[in-house]
Ligand binder design. Structure first.
Ligand code: HEM
Ligand SMILES: *[C@@H]1O[C@H](CO)[C@@H](O)[C@H](O)[C@H]1NC(C)=O
Ligand SMILES: *[C@@H]1O[C@H](CO)[C@@H](O)[C@H](O)[C@H]1NC(C)=O
Ligand SMILES: *[C@@H]1O[C@H](CO)[C@@H](O)[C@H](O)[C@H]1NC(C)=O
Ligand SMILES: *[C@@H]1O[C@H](CO)[C@@H](O)[C@H](O)[C@H]1NC(C)=O
Ligand SMILES: *[C@@H]1O[C@H](CO)[C@@H](O)[C@H](O)[C@H]1NC(C)=O
Ligand SMILES: *[C@@H]1O[C@H](CO)[C@@H](O)[C@H](O)[C@H]1NC(C)=O
Ligand SMILES: *[C@@H]1O[C@H](CO)[C@@H](O)[C@H](O)[C@H]1NC(C)=O
Ligand SMILES: *[C@@H]1O[C@H](CO)[C@@H](O)[C@H](O)[C@H]1NC(C)=O
Ligand SMILES: *[C@@H]1O[C@H](CO)[C@@H](O)[C@H](O)[C@H]1NC(C)=O
Ligand SMILES: CC(=O)N[C@H]1CO[C@H](CO)[C@@H](O)[C@@H]1O
Length: 561
């Protein structure tokens, strides 16, 4: 069946067709990368699965060794943030902690472990500071069994160097802590609450704090001599408060033998236990106060940083789109459509893509521009590490060949219930999903190769080469077709900025029977750490015209070994 655009518009006015509600317009350079990491936590299409590190809170940590990954990711975010000066508008969640690990206030493995878990995911669209916030939201969600979902905003900027010291330490007195929390933007009541919110998971490691948790000769030698804050140290609940109020707490910072380091006791008692009693009375009140204060903590950033709106998921999201120009005068649009499972209302539901031809030409029986995939075409499923996910997703592959003169500037996605016939058009808030067909890497013609080359001192270092072919539509408009490659300024650390290299592509040939022209280049990079190549950008410029295709992932290209 053929679906010209005019027919689509006519159908849209029929009552069976209701427009889908979605505020976000795709693509969004500031949030799309984090949307992917946040909502495709497990499974999914090329998901790194980083949230698995904190499944059930402890995650890949080992409770018998006293290692709780959820607790580490939350403590990491607080320590990075807690040197903020909210009056001056400096510091906050900015990733500066990676330069501050030699300080006594940052003792323990939590901070280097969190850095190493996330640094491979740093891109120009996901700063280490954003990833630290993401990690904390994962931890809070996983430790609360999915009941506390902290809204995540994007846009934090990584510091290039250490900031001032000032993480609170347990031997400091109440006045010092009150002043410290005021500097961080939390008043005396909020200080009590935020400390309780942090100290509901994990505990104090005697290997790092022997003055708080003293070494006992016959103690279990494996658990880093960890003494937990409450009896549910892998669960985000108000036991930290109930056990404190009932005077049964084993929290080493509240009832430990060393009175000097009982900072939690001093803080929790500072208003005559009024706040702790309220937190102890209701777990719902506890988690709601913690949600508010932890969100504020994660959004504490230097004054020049502008955060995005909270990142919602797209009910329908294009993924891994490829456009190849074929030798026979056609072009192939292929890729993956991610669909929220709740939209797949019956086992017979069909997902149809309707492409809008370039320059208003019409689809026909001879040259159709729709493609349909049923539930059977679902080849992947994305879910989350919480018991209850905000959304789960299915993935549908598509491939459509059209004459290159017809092309396609955008498409809409129709989801049709196979039983009732009811149909919903997802049109990206009225914009359609743009294909960006005018400037496209050629996945079938490009190749990527990795090999070892002799380095200094008889060692070998890795070299990666991308032989890139790009198809440009109506190339006469442009004087320059340029690829912009990014490399980390600091190998291995993966933050602290980017070196960019602009490479002019060379005109190769006009593709017979089409208005596309191939441009090529060969780009080689050497690297001495495991961090893969960063996505690159393409730009075509000419008199009064400029188009771009940004953030192209190397993973799409064929690798030859
Ligand atoms: C006066 C303020 C605070 C002091 C003095 C303090 C002190 C400490 C100490 C000494 C530890 C033991 C660390 C270890 O052995 O690994 C700890 C653990 C922890 N803190 Fe705090 N803290 C404070 C506030 C906070 C806040 C506001 C949060 C988060 C909202 C937080 C989150 C955590 C977490 C999650 C752990 C457990 C880490 C693990 O088990 O690996 N702390 N804190
Ligand atoms: C956790 O640590 C204990 C004690 O060292 C060890 O016996 C156990 O195998 C570890 N478990 C995992 C899952 O690594
Ligand atoms: C987590 O939530 C699910 C239902 O949402 C429940 O069945 C399960 O017992 C909860 N787990 C814990 C540890 O509370
Ligand atoms: C802290 O602020 C909250 C509201 O933002 C207020 O209810 C509370 O009384 C304040 N506490 C102090 C000690 O000022
Ligand atoms: C108690 O803690 C303080 C501060 O860290 C330390 O100076 C002192 O030696 C500790 N006392 C004992 C008995 O460990
Ligand atoms: C707990 O200790 C405090 C301070 O010593 C005391 O006022 C309170 O009555 C005790 N509470 C219980 C439940 O024993
Ligand atoms: C043109 O080439 C493409 C890609 O090889 C192929 O899928 C398509 O069927 C061909 N079309 C015609 C009309 O030969
Ligand atoms: C190339 O573009 C011209 C001008 O837009 C158009 O008339 C012609 O049909 C196109 N040729 C092909 C093969 O697409
Ligand atoms: C990639 O391009 C380089 C430079 O033009 C060339 O030497 C090499 O043979 C090409 N590699 C492949 C696999 O085509
Ligand atoms: C276009 O390419 C030429 C030759 O490679 C180069 O000299 C010039 O700076 C480029 N112009 C732009 C706007 O990139
Ligand atoms: C006649 C016409 O509208 N031509 C346009 C077709 O699409 C290309 C690429 O978007 C434009 O450059 C042409 O102007």
């Amino acid at each position: 069946m053929v679906f010209p655009q005019t027919a689509l518009l006519a159908l849209a006015s029929v009552s069976l067709w209701s427009p889908a509600l979605c505020e976000q317009v795709w693509p969004n350079a500031r949030t799309d990368r984090l949307e992917w990491l946040l909502y495709e936590q497990l499974g999914g299409y090329a998901s790194p699965g980083i949230a698995f590190f904190v499944h059930d809170c402890v995650g890949i940590g080992n409770e018998t060794q006293g290692i709780n990954f959820g607790a580490e990711w939350l403590r990491n975010a607080y320590h990075d943030m807690s040197t903020a000066d909210t009056i001056a508008g400096t510091g906050g969640l900015d990733g500066s902690i990676i330069y501050e690990l030699d300080r006594a206030e940052n003792v323990g493995n939590a901070f280097s472990e969190t850095r190493d878990s996330f640094s491979g995911l740093v891109t120009t669209r996901s700063s280490l500071a954003d990833l630290f916030a993401l990690g904390a939201t994962f931890a809070i969600g996983a430790c609360s069994n999915g009941t506390m979902i902290i809204p995540l905003r994007a846009g934090r900027i990584d510091a290039r160097e250490a900031g001032p010291a000032g993480v609170p330490e347990p031997q400091q007195d109440l006045a010092t802590h009150t002043a410290s929390f005021a500097r961080q933007g939390f008043n005396a009541t909020e200080m009590i609450e935020l400390v309780a919110c942090g100290h509901t998971i994990g505990g104090v490691h005697g290997v790092d704090f022997p003055e708080i948790v003293p070494f006992v000769p016959n103690d279990d030698p494996d658990d880093e001599h960890t003494s937990s804050f409450d009896t549910s140290y892998h669960f985000f609940d108000n036991k930290v408060a109930t056990e404190f109020i009932s005077n049964t707490t084993k929290n080493p910072l509240a009832s430990g033998a060393n009175v000097t380091t009982r900072s939690d006791e001093r803080i929790f008692n500072s208003d005559g236990r009024v706040t702790m009693r309220k937190l102890a009375e209701s777990n719902d009140y506890f988690t709601s106060r913690c949600s508010i204060l932890l969100e504020r903590m994660l959004n504490t950033v230097p004054k020049e940083v502008v955060l995005t709106e909270p990142i919602d998921y797209y009910p329908v999201k294009p993924r891994a789109a490829q456009i190849d120009i074929n030798a026979n005068g056609t072009m192939t649009f292929s890729g993956v459509i991610r669909v929220e499972d709740s939209l797949l209302t019956s086992p017979n539901t069909q997902v149809r893509l309707h492409f809008v031809p370039r320059n208003g030409s019409q689809c026909s029986d001879a040259t159709p521009c729709s493609v349909t995939n049923g539930i059977a075409g679902n080849f992947e499923h994305a879910t989350c590490v919480y018991t209850k996910c905000p959304a789960t997703f299915s993935f549908f592959e598509y491939s459509l060949v059209v004459p290159s003169g017809q092309g396609a500037s955008s498409f809409v996605v129709e989801i049709a219930d196979g039983d009732t016939g009811a149909s919903v058009i997802h049109d990206n808030n009225g914009n359609g999903f743009p294909t960006g067909e005018s400037l496209q890497p050629q996945y079938k013609l490009s190749t990527q190769q990795t090999f070892l080359i002799p380095g200094p001192d008889n060692t070998f270092i890795s070299k990666q080469q991308l032989n890139l072919t790009v198809a440009v539509l109506n190339a006469e408009r442009f004087t320059n077709v340029t690829a912009i490659f990014y490399e980390h300024k600091i190998p291995g650390v993966n933050t602290g900025g980017w070196n960019t290299e602009s490479v002019e592509l060379t005109l190769s040939q006009k593709v017979e029977g089409t208005n596309f022209t191939y441009y090529t280049t060969s780009y080689a990079r050497t690297f001495n750490d495991a961090i893969g190549p960063h996505p690159f950008d393409l730009v075509a410029t000419g008199p009064g015209v400029s188009i771009s295709n940004d953030f192209i992932d190397w993973n799409g290209f064929t690798s030859i070994l």
